[in-house]
Write a protein that binds this ligand. Structure first.
Ligand SMILES: [Zn+2]
Ligand SMILES: [Zn+2]
Length: 332
């Protein structure tokens, strides 16, 4: 099968011919139709996440069809369309796993990080961590739901009942979660990279009542802030904009260091917290909700062989919405 392979951190992915993956007892083999590109893939490729398997096939927002299944597979049949997210395996017995917090499992394994992912024509995935996808979504539209959507949704839930939300970093997750927040009757203010007028316009088009540079003070106090950009300096900036009792949610897996700030900015029972990974319950809940909103992904398609270009475009903020690789398209 054809795949885009990371040989070592900070190198470009190499288009390679790999053996067909073998299928374990609990695994399904998928023909990959679409795999969205996530900022986490950039953190892996750029060496900011330091423990990938190598060589690695990245990609953890996979939509594919089951073409073969292991002996113990009961949840899916050959021909079913399924989605594969970041959470690829958990131990099932640790205190986190047994208390509804499998996202925190110390032994968890992640798709496109410790497990080969979807930047390939085929991938094998554990059926217990795969999901049926809402029927109304095309493959390319469904792929971004699988990380940008459902980890974004976990971040939104961490904001509690906040009526006025500030969203920092208006990429794939923000553009999906803004739609959910508006559906829930919340107000969204979008804080974009200073000078990125295209992102601000994109945010307004999705229902943000205000959009401007993250270097500007919020035009109104925020009940909560979600930070999707990997920029630690946004944490104290967002904290200054939230009301007493408000929360600042850091939704990314990697962030630059957070600068020091006066305790007075945290005082008043303000909270800073992170959101890590996802649970399968998050995925089930979000995939039920998405078609009700309905959440619509702005997807920018790339052939598989152009994965490096998709990563570069994401790195430099050259696209609005989500980049999606299409392994079914012809070779470069
Ligand atoms: Zn992701
Ligand atoms: Zn565990």
């Amino acid at each position: 099968m054809r795949a885009m392979v990371l040989q070592a951190a900070r190198q470009r992915l190499v288009e390679s011919e790999l053996a067909r993956p073998t299928v374990g007892t609990n695994q399904v083999l998928l023909q990959v139709h679409a795999c969205a590109v996530c900022r986490t893939d950039l953190h892996v490729v750029d060496g900011e996440l330091t423990e990938p398997k190598l060589p690695l096939v990245p990609g953890h927002e996979i939509v594919g069809t089951v073409i073969e299944k292991g002996a113990a597979v009961t949840r899916f049949a050959v021909g079913d369309r399924v989605g594969v997210p970041w959470l690829g395996w958990t131990c099932g017995v640790c205190p986190y796993c047994t208390s509804g917090r499998e996202n925190l499992c110390d032994r968890a394994r992640f798709t496109g990080y410790q497990l080969d992912g979807g930047f390939a024509e085929l991938t094998a995935a554990d059926q217990r961590y795969c999901f049926s996808l809402p029927a109304g979504y095309s493959d390319v539209d469904a792929a971004p739901l699988l990380c940008a959507g459902l980890i974004g949704y976990r971040a939104l839930r961490a904001a509690g009942e906040a009526g006025r939300l500030g969203i920092y970093g208006f990429g794939a997750a923000a553009h999906l979660i803004t739609q959910v927040a508006r559906f829930q009757g919340r107000e969204v203010l979008a804080f974009t990279r200073p000078g990125d007028d295209a992102a601000a316009t994109f945010a307004r088009g999705l229902g943000a009542t205000w959009a401007g540079g993250s270097d500007q003070p919020s035009p109104a106090p925020l009940d909560a802030a979600l930070i999707f950009a990997p920029v630690g300096a946004l944490v104290p900036a967002a904290l200054k904009n939230v009301v007493k009792g408000g929360v600042v949610v850091c939704a990314g897996i990697h962030m630059s260091d957070i600068p020091a700030f006066p305790y007075g900015d945290l005082w008043g029972e303000r909270t800073i917290r992170s959101v890590a990974n996802l649970t399968r319950a998050d995925a089930e809940e979000f995939l039920r909700l998405a078609p009700q909103v309905p959440v619509h992904a702005t997807a920018v398609p790339y052939p598989l062989a152009r994965a490096n270009e998709a990563l570069d475009d994401l790195r430099h903020g050259r696209l609005q919405g989500a980049a999606v690789l299409l392994p079914g398209q012809p070779r470069s």
